[in-house]
Design a protein around this ligand. Sequence first.
Ligand code: HEC
Length: 253
Amino acid sequence: MPRIFIFVGLILLLCLLLPPAIIARVRSTPNSNLPIHIIQDMAFQSKYKTQAVNPLFADGNTMRPPVMNAVARGETYLDAHLYDGVIDGQWANVLPSQIKMDFATLRRGQERFNIYCSVCHGISGGGNGIVNQRAMELVANTNGPVNGTVWVQAKNLVHDELVTVQPMGQLFNSITYGIRNMAGYGSQIPTEDRWAIAAYVKALQRSQNALASDVPAGTKVTDNASASPTHVQLSNATVNSFTNPSTSIAEVK
Ligand code: HEC
């Protein structure tokens, strides 16, 4: 084969590499021009953008207000018990019918409480979570509060009389909408989980205000329980104390 063919062949091969090289170069170079858009599909169409002036409507706004009295699908919050913790204008003492008081609910409540609430209120609900400890440290600084830190202590949920007397519905309401300096968790925690947490707070209160008479006769009660446990044990007895009508939530304190 004449050498010329080999040369020409090599040059053609090199030429083949040119297009991919050019494409790679163009793709990696920033450019303020619109890219070449060969297949248009519906990429460009006449429309009004959200904040644009719109002559079609009398008020000139493109974004329309919701139609009066319209309710979005799945957003009918008519059940006052389920969504506000209220029955006939009174705080509810019981879980709404949609939620079962059982071991699974309390377990879920414990897990969610430990995630969302323990940082401030502490694992045992005593009000001394890690955020609280740190805030107190900053406030108690010898040269005055660091960066002007101001801190309202998270409530002691298990020993503060103001909280322990509250029905479950009131706890649920505080969790949902917040209370004074505490923000609401309605948008972060789903409704069912907020009820589970409220039930678990009741369980925490029950467990930490238990009397010797609460344990079955004959059981030995030791007096060395830690004042602020780092782990809270749930047992079926806790659930029974809720489901057994003789110890209704109202009495659980
Ligand atoms: C960022 C810290 C923080 C977190 C997280 C937090 N709280 Fe609080 N909570 C507070 C503070 C602070 C107060 C006291 C507010 C006040 O007195 O102004 C409070 C108060 C309360 C009260 C007392 C309401 C009353 O009537 O006095 C309850 C009940 C409560 N929290 C439950 C919860 C539950 C349940 C969670 C988890 C879903 C939670 N909190 C998460 C800081 C927190």
